[in-house]
Design a protein. Structure first.
Length: 119
């Protein structure tokens, strides 16, 4: 069972292999040589959970619970496929929580964008 801060999530997909923790910057020096700086990122891995209209349904109550989590300053606990992560919503992106209405009080999660943090 996948959860975010104890709230059960519907069937979502995470393509975790799309991320590389190594960051690289290439610049030219005064002499024209290339300077390559490379290092491992300590935190900030993006986590995008994608849903679909035919399988990622939520009640209005759970939609409201998920929406309220965006206002928490502290890290949230994500349990996904048995692994635990400390995350925050990627509030710098307008589409950090995309939920669409199916019918009545039934909604589906199209996308949840999170950022993994250390604390």
């Amino acid at each position: 069972m996948n959860t975010l801060e104890g709230i059960q999530l519907p069937s979502l997909q995470w393509h975790h292999t799309d991320y590389c923790a190594i960051s690289q910057k290439v610049t030219a020096s005064i002499t024209g040589h290339r300077v390559i700086q490379r290092g491992r990122m300590a935190e900030g891995r993006p986590i995008t959970l994608d849903g679909a209209a035919d399988r990622s349904w939520l009640s209005l109550e759970r939609v409201n619970q998920l929406s309220e989590l965006r206002y928490q300053d502290n890290a949230l606990r994500l349990v996904f496929n048995g692994a635990e992560y400390k995350v925050k919503f990627a509030l710098d992106q307008a589409d950090h929580l995309v939920i669409r209405k199916v019918m009545g009080e039934t909604y589906f999660v199209e996308r949840i964008k999170l950022i993994e943090v250390l604390s």
